[in-house]
Structure formats: C-alpha cells, structure tokens
Design a protein around this ligand. Structure first.
Ligand code: OMP
Length: 268
C-alpha cells in the first residue's frame, strides 16, 4: 500500500486508527477458548467488527511466535484475512546485519503479505536498508518509544541533541516519507512538537493510547500534519473491551469512539 492509498483511506473513513491484534489465548473470551482455531476465530471477529472504523491492523508477532508453529499459522491466516484496503503492519521489531535483515524482509514482505514492519535502529544503516529496498512497503523504525526504558538510551543526550532525535534525523536520510515511518509513543506527546520539526512529513505510528494512558487529543494536537501523518494504535483497549460473548460488539464500539474523536481532529 502506498502513501496516497493510505491517505485516501484516512480521508474517507475520517480515522487514523490502527487496531493492534496482540491476541493472547489466556485473555480471549471463555466461550472461544475451546475453539479448534481460537486465535483466528477471535481475530476474524475483531476484524469484521472494527474494519469500518480503522485504516490499519498491527499484528504483534510476539503473541503468535510464543505459540510456536500453531501461532505462526494463526498469524498467517490472520494477515491474509485483513482486507487489502487496510495497512497490514508486522510489529516484529527486527534488524540485524544486512544479510540477515534481507531474510527478515523476505519473511514479512514476500512469504507473508505484510505492508509494513517495525524495525529497531540500533544496528544502523545496513540493518535497515534491506527493508527499504521493497517498493510499496513500509519500514517503521523505533524512534521514541512509549515505555519507561525510553529514558535509558533514547532520551540520553548526545552532544546537542537527544539520541532518539539523532536517530530520526539520520534514518530519515536513508529513506523517504513514502517508505519510512517512525514509532513515537503516545505517552511522549509533548516531544511531538520537536519531532515534527525534524520530520515534518513522515507518518508516525503512535502506540500507547488506552492501556498505557497516552492522550489522543495531545498526540493529535502536536503530531498531525497536512496529510494526517499519524497512525494511532490501540490494542488491549479495543480487543479486550469485553471478555464476554459480546467482545466483538464492544470492540466495535470502542473503535468507533476513537474514529469519532479522530474525525474532530483531522485537518483535512
Ligand atoms: O512498536 C510498537 O508498536 C510499540 C512501540 C512502543 O513504543 N510502545 C508500544 O506499546 N508498542 C506496541 O504497541 C502495542 C500497545 O498495546 P496496548 O498498550 O495494549 O494498546 C503493543 O503491541 C506494543 O508492543
């Protein structure tokens, strides 16, 4: 999916919501737990219920990898079920020497039909290049993350800027706003004004609203650009909105609430 297609989806739906499929067998409703393909049944119901209110789905691969072969199969079936109108993100946080990153890129962009993958920048340019070589695919590099540990490295000073700012500035030169996004945690909304000075045009993937306490209003205030430029992710707040048989209806309700609020903030 290219940038124009993504922006068109956002305009049409008046939503920049990304639903996170962090599906955990221990947290899905009891009535589904004995289903022979429980994770997929849960994900399909969530996708059916929320697809009109979001423009993207993010599959956090850890939740699937933790289940071994069955989990990997569930991930494959889930990503194939996501409509092509929606940006399909593999939240895999990969990155290794170039030779190995090429295999990660192949796994998620060729073997699996993802549009985007999250990547850690620590190993530098050659670890990120193989992902950027794919046309119409997106590399989403960790910038300023939502967790407490962001203070350990990302927020440390390196001369006249913070480390995460150096990452944004440097990585932005390796790609362009059509194939590169950055992760910025919603809990870091006040930094967004500075971030927009460094990368005014790029899309940002912003997790951390809902359970982690980030504010959609703040994120929108400081993070929106003329083409929206934001994908705000919520996982647990949506998919576990209810642990009862009405889980999909409740998920839809929360997704719709996000959509309505986003519509009020969108500049276009
Ligand atoms: O890359 C991510 O998606 C990510 C980066 C970050 O800084 N913080 C963060 O929470 N995430 C992911 O975003 C999702 C947040 O989930 P909820 O807190 O349940 O909405 C999880 O899949 C996290 O792994």
């Amino acid at each position: 999916m290219n940038r124009n297609q993504l922006v068109k989806q956002i305009q049409e739906k008046r939503s920049f919501l990304c639903v996170g499929l962090d599906t955990d067998l221990t947290k899905i409703p009891n009535h589904l737990k004995n289903h022979p393909n429980a994770i997929v049944a849960f994900n399909k119901a969530i996708i059916d219920a929320t697809k009109d209110h979001c423009v993207s789905y993010k599959i956090n691969t850890a939740f699937y990898e933790a289940m071994g072969l069955k989990g990997w199969a569930a991930m494959e079936e889930t990503v194939q079920y996501i409509p092509d109108t929606h940006l399909k993100i593999a939240d895999a946080k990969r990155g290794d020497i170039g030779n190995t990153s090429s295999q990660y890129a192949k796994a998620f962009f060729e073997t699996l039909p993802f549009d985007a993958i999250t990547v850690a920048p620590y190993m530098g340019e050659d670890s990120i290049r193989p992902f950027l070589e794919y046309e119409h695919k997106w590399t989403i590099v960790l910038g300023l993350t939502s967790n407490k540990g962001a203070a350990d490295f990302e927020l440390q000073s390196t001369g006249n800027q913070l480390l995460y700012q150096k990452v944004l500035q440097t990585v932005a030169q390796w790609g362009n706003p059509n194939n590169l996004m950055f992760v910025v945690g919603a809990t870091q909304a006040t930094e967004l004004a500075i971030i927009r000075q460094i990368i005014p045009d790029h899309f940002l993937l912003v997790p951390g609203v809902g359970f982690q306490g980030g504010s959609l209003e703040e994120v929108s205030k400081y993070g929106l650009n003329q083409q929206c430029g934001l994908l705000v992710n919520a996982s647990r707040a949506i998919i576990y909105a209810s642990s009862g048989e009405n889980f999909a209806t409740e998920a839809k309700e929360i997704a719709q609430q996000y959509q309505t609020e986003m519509g009020q903030y969108l500049p276009m």
